[in-house]
Design a protein around this ligand. Structure first.
Ligand SMILES: *Cc1c(COP(=O)(O)O)cnc(C)c1O
Length: 434
């Protein structure tokens, strides 16, 4: 184990050196990392497939997937090789110039989304930020700027991102919000219609709400929004940062939700935000914009230093090649069904703890009962956070959503045996809870 030394401490050059154990790393965080996260008490040192290993060598089954990021799991050899190969050739050179991987990746995303163009950035928040700017540009001449989003949505942590997010907890302490965002209930078309004002220019929704607790848009909602946006000359924007990228069993969530639905052929939003799994763990974000509006953001109107580096794009191209080469969309659908059936079985067997299970593909949510005595009692810790901690202790990683949902967002290549192992670990912990 490595010994971590802290150098250049302004006050006393102190060393934190308890032989590279957890407390050492935790002490570094305590002293030097802004405490924006209530972290779980584990230090991970490596990963392999759907497993992570802590500094003591203990193995954990990772069904959180780094919050829907690690599409191929950890340390996938093809991804490592692509990183290495491209790093030797060219890592970064600026968007003042052309590089082949960016052009190739843009084409691949357009082919899978619809006729249009792509802008590359580095995160989901930035992808949404680009869509906000696109919408403002679109409505500018008419003085329209207002974007409607939904309650329980999540759109990132920038100022416009928290303004767009329909949850008070992300806004508190940071007011005033960026003007021009209003929220309406999810899956409620009439609410959108009622909320329209002369200043409205766009509607932004997640195909499946992630942070909001895994809520799937209905086909009628999607088709109705498209119609409404056409009627009122609004942009229909979709945040596919979490639910996109094959997670639901198709490239983008609406492609799955609208499968076989009459009248859904040709459904296409006007702008789409992507990030999370796009680089399989290498940071990259993107927004796609439909053909009709693809040149609204012209030279000088938007930019980013790091967006679409040859390294990020080469890695993303390789992740895409593996996902499709190995048929992981269909696989995610199959393993997702296995997991969902297992979760529903757990709901039936532990009705005092679990209320319901839901989701699409490998984006699954387990809803806890409003009152679970065995999960309360720790002040400031929600039942979902408490259960997440207990599962960690049993060797299983999941992601809480809000106070009463835990999410499974595993790698798209999660094995069926691994899915069953996850269900067993859940079962064991739930049994303890009675
Ligand atoms: C994670 C997430 C974001 C923000 O992405 P970052 O990369 O953290 O900025 C935005 N929208 C949705 C739906 C997300 O799940």
């Amino acid at each position: 184990m490595t010994k971590l030394e802290v150098q250049g401490n302004a006050t006393n050059g102190q060393r934190c050196d308890s032989a590279g154990s957890g407390p050492t790393v935790r002490a570094l965080y305590d002293h030097y990392v802004v405490p924006t996260y209530a972290r779980l008490g584990v230090v991970f040192t490596r990963g392999q497939g759907s497993y992570l290993f802590d500094e003591r060598g203990r193995r954990y089954l990772d069904l959180g997937g780094g919050i829907a990021v690690n599409a191929l799991g950890h340390a996938h050899p093809a991804m490592v090789q692509a990183l290495e190969r491209q790093a030797r050739q060219l890592i970064h050179c600026s968007n003042y110039y052309y590089t082949e991987p960016q052009g190739q990746l843009a084409r691949e995303l357009v082919v899978r989304t619809g006729p249009g163009k792509v802008f590359f950035c580095n995160s989901g928040a930035e992808a949404n930020e680009g869509l906000f700017k696109l919408a403002r540009k679109f409505g500018h001449a008419e003085g329209r700027f207002e974007i409607l989003t939904t309650y329980q949505s999540f759109h990132g942590r920038t100022l416009a991102g928290i303004s767009a997010t329909g949850q008070d907890k992300v806004k508190q302490g940071f007011e005033p919000m960026v003007p021009g965002f209003r929220h309406v209930p999810y899956n409620d078309l009439a609410a959108v219609e009622r909320a329209l004002s002369p200043a409205t220019v766009a509607v932004l929704i997640e195909g499946v709400q992630g942070e909001g607790g895994v809520n799937v848009a209905s086909p009628d909602y999607l088709l109705g929004l498209r119609r409404l946006c056409d009627e009122h000359k609004l942009l229909l924007l979709m945040d596919e940062v979490q639910c996109g990228y094959f997670r639901t069993g198709r490239f983008l969530s609406w492609q799955r939700i609208l499968e076989g639905v009459p009248g859904a052929d040709g459904f296409l939003p006007d702008g789409v935000a992507m990030a999370k799994a796009l680089g399989g763990g290498f940071p990259i974000g993107a927004f796609w914009v439909r053909d009709a509006y693809a040149d609204l953001l012209g030279p000088g109107s938007h930019g980013t230093t790091f967006g679409g580096t040859p390294l990020a794009c080469a890695v993303a191209l390789e992740v895409l090649r593996v996902v499709e080469g190995e048929g992981l969309a269909a696989h995610a659908r199959r393993v997702g069904e296995l997991l969902l059936a297992g979760l529903q079985d757990l709901v039936a067997r532990y009705p005092r703890v679990l209320a319901s299970a839901r989701g699409l593909g490998l984006m699954l949510g387990l809803q806890l009962q409003p009152e679970v005595p065995s999960l309360s009692g720790e002040p400031g810790k929600s039942p979902a956070a408490r259960l997440t901690t207990m599962l960690l202790e049993s060797g299983l990683l999941v992601i809480p959503a809000g106070t009463h949902v835990i999410r499974l967002l595993p790698a798209l290549n999660l094995g069926e045996d691994e899915a069953r192992e996850g269900l067993q670990l859940l079962d064991r912990t739930l049994r303890q809870l009675g």
